[in-house]
Design a binder for this molecule. Structure first.
Ligand code: ARG
Length: 460
C-alpha cells in the first residue's frame, strides 16, 4: 500500500527489501525518550506562537505521555514499515488522539528532529560518562596517595630506568584521564545547541520561536544556520575521537596491569573477581578484564573512522547517509561506559606487592644516574661522570653486583674522590627523595600532586 506518512506522491508501495534496508527503527528506537522530549518542546512552542491551540497542545501532551508509557512497559508496537523512531511515534500518537496528532509535524522535519534527538541522546550519555570518569579518577588518586612512598622501577623502553613512586605512576595515568575529561567537556560545550527549527534545510514559514525550544530542551542556544543544523555530525565525530583517546589510555593502562600481574613481574595482585581461569591449565589466573579493555579500543577506533568516512563527501544539507551515524555512536557510548565501569571497579582494588616492586627497583642499576649526579657534585663534568658510572655498571654486570653492594674501595677504583656518603645516594629512598620539585617523583611531591588532583575533581 502507499499509506505511508509521506505516501502522497507515490503510486506503488516500497519494495519490501528497500523497506528493510532503509529502516532505522531497530536501532534508533533507543532515542525514543529524546524524540518525545523534542516533540513536547516543539508542540509547546507551536502553541505559544499560536499555531496550535491550547486544547490541541494538551491532547498532544497526553498522547505522547501514553506513547512513552507504552514504550516503557514494552507494549509499544514498533513497525519497520514506519521506518524510524520518529514516524513510529507520530503514527501512534495520531492513532491515539486523531487528527491533532497530524499537526505535530507543523514547522518541523525529521531532519531537524533527528539532529535534535542525537544531540539530546549524546548529551545525557556524556553526563553519565563524565561521572564514571570522575569515579575512576577518584579511585586512581586515592590509590596514588596511599602509595606515594611505594617504590617501583620506572621504565623507558621497558628497561629499568630509575626508581619511581608507584603513586607517581598512577598519577601519570590520572593526567591522561584528566585531559580526556577536558576533551569530553569541550565536546559537550560545542554540541549543546538546538538544531530544532531548521526544518528540512531552509527553515520554516511559521513564526517559530527557536530560543524557546532551545531553552526547553536545555540547549545553550539555537544553532546559527539551518543548512548546517541538519547536516552537521561533527559532534558525533568529536565524541568518538574523545572516546578513541580515552580507550587508548585505558588500553595503555591495561597493558601495564597485564604485565605487572604476570609471574615474571609480580608487581600487583588483581582481585580474583576481575580474573578468570583456564579450562585446561589449573594454575592460570588470567587478567581478562584489562585484556578485554585493551581489545575494545579496536572497535572504538573503527567507529571513529566509520563516522569520518561517512561524512567526508556529503554535500549540504541532509543526506540519508547520516542514518549510518547511530550504530557506531551508540556502540561507542556503550563501550566507553562498560570500560569505565570495569576500570572504576577494578582499579581501587588492585594490591601493589611492595616488596616485589622494591626488589625489582633495586636490580637493574636503577640508581646509576644518581651516582653520576653525585660525581657531578664532586666537580666532574656530567659526560665524564656518565663514563665513570658506565664502567662501574659494566663491573656490576660482570660480577652480578648492584652499585649499592660494591665496596667503597671498588667504587673508588672508578673515581678516587668517591666518599662514604655515596651509599646514601645509591639507596632507592635517596634516589626518589632527591627528585623534589613540581612534577618529580619525591614522595612529598607525589602526596602534594595527589592533593591537587583531588582538589580539581572536587571543583568539577
Ligand atoms: N531515520 C533518519 C535518520 O536517521 C531520520 C531522518 C530522515 N530524513 C529523511 N528525509 N529521510 O537520519
Amino acid at each position: 500500500d502507499t499509506s505511508k506518512l509521506w505516501g502522497g506522491r507515490f503510486s506503488e508501495p516500497t519494495d519490501s527489501f528497500v523497506q528493510r534496508f532503509t529502516a532505522s527503527v531497530n536501532f534508533d528506537q533507543r532515542m525514543a525518550a529524546e524524540d518525545i522530549a523534542g516533540s513536547l518542546a516543539h508542540a509547546q512552542m507551536l502553541c505559544s506562537v499560536g499555531v496550535l491551540s491550547a486544547p490541541e497542545l494538551q491532547q498532544i501532551q497526553e498522547g505522547l505521555a501514553t506513547v512513552q508509557r507504552e514504550i516503557d512497559e514494552g507494549s509499544f508496537q514498533w513497525s519497520v514499515e514506519l521506518e524510524d523512531v520518529h514516524m513510529n511515534i507520530e503514527a501512534r500518537l495520531t492513532e491515539l488522539i486523531g487528527v491533532t496528532g497530524k499537526k505535530l509535524h507543523t514547522g518541523r522535519s525529521r531532519n531537524d528532529q533527528v539532529a535534535t534527538d542525537i544531540r539530546l541522546f549524546l548529551r545525557s550519555a556524556i553526563d553519565r560518562i563524565a561521572s564514571e570518569l570522575t569515579r575512576l579518577q577518584a579511585g586512581t588518586i586515592t590509590l596514588a596517595a596511599a602509595n606515594a612512598d611505594t617504590i617501583m622501577p620506572g621504565f623507558t623502553h621497558l628497561q629499568t630506568a630509575q626508581p619511581v613512586s608507584f603513586g607517581h605512576h598512577l598519577l601519570a595515568w590520572n593526567e591522561m584521564l584528566e585531559r580526556d575529561y577536558g576533551r569530553l567537556m569541550d565536546c559537550r560545550a560545542r554540541m549543546n545547541q538546538s538544531p530544532l527549527g531548521a526544518a528540512a534545510l531552509a527553515g520554516t514559514t511559521y513564526p517559530i520561536d527557536r530560543a524557546q525550544t532551545a531553552a526547553a530542551l536545555g540547549f545553550d542556544k539555537p544553532t546559527e544556520n539551518s543548512l548546517d543544523s541538519v547536516s552537521d555530525r561533527d559532534f558525533a565525530i568529536e565524541f568518538c575521537s574523545f572516546a578513541a583517546l580515552l580507550l587508548t589510555h585505558l588500553s595503555r593502562m591495561s597493558e601495564e596491569l597485564v604485565v605487572w600481574a604476570s609471574a615474571q613481574f609480580n608487581f600487583i595482585e588483581l582481585p580474583d573477581r576481575f580474573c578468570t581461569g583456564s579450562s585446561i591449565m589449573p594454575q592460570k589466573k588470567n587478567p581478562d578484564v584489562p585484556e578485554l579493555v585493551r581489545g575494545k579500543v579496536g572497535r572504538v577506533n573503527g567507529h571513529l573512522v566509520a563516522l569520518l568516512t561517512l561524512m567526508k563527501s556529503q554535500p549540504l544539507a541532509y543526506n540519508k547517509d547520516n542514518q549510518e551515524d547511530k550504530e557506531p555512536l551508540f556502540d561507542t557510548v556503550d563501550t566507553v561506559l562498560d570500560c569505565l565501569r570495569a576500570f572504576g571497579d577494578m582499579l581501587p582494588a588492585i594490591k601493589p606487592r611492595r616488596e616485589q616492586m622494591r626488589e625489582a627497583a633495586r636490580s637493574g642499576f636503577s640508581t646509576a644516574t644518581d651516582l653520576a649526579d653525585y660525581l657531578v657534585g664532586l666537580g666532574l663534568p656530567f659526560r665524564d661522570a656518565h663514563e665513570v658510572v658506565g664502567k662501574a655498571v659494566a663491573h656490576g654486570v660482570a660480577t652480578g653486583m648492584d652499585l649499592a653492594e660494591m665496596e667503597l674501595a671498588t667504587l673508588q677504583g672508578f673515581c678516587a674522590d668517591i666518599g662514604d656518603d655515596v651509599f646514601e645516594v645509591l639507596t632507592l629512598e635517596g634516589s626518589i627523595g632527591a627528585r623534589d620539585h613540581l612534577g618529580g617523583t619525591a614522595p612529598n611531591q607525589v602526596a602534594a600532586a595527589a592533593q591537587r588532583a583531588q582538589q580539581r575533581l572536587a571543583e568539577r
